[in-house]
Design a protein around this ligand. Structure first.
Ligand code: 2NE
Length: 257
């Protein structure tokens, strides 16, 4: 896959069906259940930026390669005492920048989820505007997971994941499923199947795995039949309670105000 400047992407695929108005961004690390590293996030941000600026694109699908995972969150192999690092990064959790980019992007972003959407991957689907899930989808937060490694009078915990998202990963979840259920998800680190997630308000629809792409494209086509101006302003309005004033002027940027 080539990005807008012709430079190869390594961690993602980026495709545009220009006649249709749909862009598809796929995390391409199936051997790691589509976990992301800092470099993956940089590529995702470049692709989202291109889709945003391309006036022929009206809806963006975010997905993961294969059927086993949408995304399993931050690549644990890249975690150091300095945070997530890779060959061109100092430790920084740049996925938070991507979350903000998706929330402020004045076009609908639809998460197409097969398999696991866990940890930071679960947060990613939550910050998308809509989620279509396959029947094999599994949702959950793993960040609080820890194991007891030894006892010296009181519990001493050896932290296994010990990572959490106290930004959108908490606030948007609470908005979607309610504060009690959000605390259950974070405190207990349970996994939920697609139908449980639908009942909780985490996903818009559950479809057979073999129909996932077809159904997602169908939702995109329905969106694309509607007014892009109405949709971009509605997205800002619907996000305003959580995003504050920062996101409000974004849909008007296109009109050179
Ligand atoms: C996703 C899950 C439940 C899948 O389980 P399963 O049994 O289907 O696959 P398996 O065998 O665990 O994983 C397959 C390969 O993918 C790697 C594994 O290490 C394994 O590699 P090999 O042994 O074949 O070499 N893999 C899977 N997830 C990975 C990851 N996140 N990073 C690096 N390699 C990964 C199961 O794999 C699972 O529970 N994965 C870990 C989920 C997790 O804890 N994610 C990080 C949460 S923290 C986070 O995302 C985050 C943050 O740190 C800060 C802010 C926001 C978010």
């Amino acid at each position: 896959a080539l990005d807008e400047s012709g430079k190869e992407f390594t961690d993602i695929h980026y495709e545009k069906s220009v006649g249709e108005g749909i862009a598809k961004i796929t995390i391409n690390r199936p051997e790691r259940r589509n976990a992301f590293g800092p470099h993956t996030i940089k590529e995702l941000m470049r692709a989202f930026s291109d889709a945003r600026d391309d006036s022929s694109i009206g809806a963006i699908i975010l997905t993961g390669k294969g059927t086993k995972a949408f995304c399993s969150g931050g690549d644990q192999a890249l975690r150091t005492s300095d945070g997530y690092t890779d060959f061109e990064s100092f430790g920084r959790l740049n996925v938070l920048d991507l979350q903000v980019q998706i929330r402020r992007l004045p076009k609908p972003v639809i998460a197409m989820v097969a398999g696991y959407a866990v940890g930071g991957g679960h947060v990613l689907h939550m910050v998308c505007d809509l989620t279509i899930a396959a029947e094999n989808a599994i949702f959950g937060q793993t960040g609080a997971k820890a194991k007891v490694s030894s006892y010296f009078g009181s519990d001493i915990f050896h932290v296994q994941v010990g990572s959490f998202d106290a930004g959108y990963g908490s606030s948007i979840m609470s908005r979607l499923v309610g504060p009690k259920k959000a605390k259950e998800m974070w405190f207990l680190s349970r996994f939920y199947n697609a139908y449980e997630a639908e009942k909780m308000g985490l996903v818009n629809a559950v479809v057979k795995l073999e129909n996932l792409e077809l159904e997602t494209v169908k939702w995109c086509r329905e969106i694309l039949r509607n007014s892009p101006t109405a949709i971009r302003v509605l997205k800002s309005a619907l996000n305003a309670v959580d995003d504050g004033h920062a996101g409000l002027q974004v849909p008007f940027a296109a009109f050179n105000f």
